[in-house]
Design a binder for this molecule. Structure first.
Ligand SMILES: N[C@@H](CCC(=O)N[C@@H](CS)C(=O)NCC(=O)O)C(=O)O
Length: 238
């Protein structure tokens, strides 16, 4: 049985949730409140890095969203979410990495830097740079891999459709706009997409992130220190 530890608003969890739905797998969802659940002993035993998503498949525990997506593809290959042709695979992997490494931090920046004009502008330009790159890559194809829906849609498609809510219109990116509208109409997106009110709450929560990060850093320091001490003493007594 598959179990996904997630949170509805987690930008890293949503691609995994979408992949499970797109692959028509049956799974249980366990929602974690990120104001403390991630530091509970029970969860730390599953993920010592105290982050979601985590996927459990019988006796296997997998952390890190990209590792989970690869696992799902290898273990449940139908429908395939990765192309096999080298050139097309390279495009899909590029979109996936750029979405996570460039667009996701830009989205967070657009939300948290409302009162810092230079940081906000950096986030805006960073997001638009990604959009231009994606627009050229997509052209007039239905999906980044051509006719095949892939992980590129699953990862970039959790971020691009929300940009208009953050003040970046897709009007200048007609291919991405059409692609985004199509994704929003899919059943899996309808299930996982946050409505406007939820998205506003999510933004408010992220804006107090700086204070939350400091608190989490202290909590993580204490947990890591205790874990490292236990490791050292078990080594000495062996
Ligand atoms: N590299 C990890 C990042 C996961 C991550 O940072 N998840 C966030 C939620 S979106 C989290 O669990 N944060 C908990 C915290 O900051 O304490 C992945 O790809 O799975």
């Amino acid at each position: 049985m598959l179990t996904l530890y997630y949170n509805r608003f987690s930008l890293y969890s949503r691609p995994v949730w979408l992949a499970l739905l797109e692959k028509n797998l049956s799974f249980d969802l366990v929602s974690l409140k990120l104001n403390g659940d991630q530091f509970e002993e029970e969860f730390l035993a599953i993920n010592p890095f105290s982050r979601i998503p985590v996927l459990i498949d019988d006796d296997l525990q997998i952390v890190e969203s990209l590792a989970i997506l690869d696992y799902l593809e290898a273990k449940y290959p139908t429908p395939a979410l990765l192309p096999t042709q080298a050139k097309v695979l390279a495009k899909v992997r590029m979109v996936q990495s750029i979405a996570i490494n460039e667009l996701l931090p830009a989205v967070v920046g657009l939300i948290i830097h409302l009162k810092n004009p230079s940081e906000l502008e950096y986030a805006r330009q960073r997001a638009m740079n990604v959009l231009s790159f994606f627009e050229d890559l997509l052209e007039d194809k239905p999906y980044f891999a051509g006719e095949q829906f892939t992980i590129a849609e699953i990862v970039a498609g959790t971020l691009v459709p929300d940009l208009p809510k953050l003040g970046i219109s897709l009007g200048s990116y007609p291919h991405l706009d059409r692609w985004s509208q199509h994704l929003l109409s899919r059943e899996s997106w309808q299930t996982t997409q946050t409505n406007l009110e939820e998205f506003d709450n999510f933004q408010r929560h992220l804006r107090i992130l700086v204070r939350i990060w400091q608190k989490r850093r202290r909590q993580r320091t204490a947990i890591f220190a205790q874990r490292n001490l236990q490791q050292k003493s078990s080594y000495l007594t062996e």
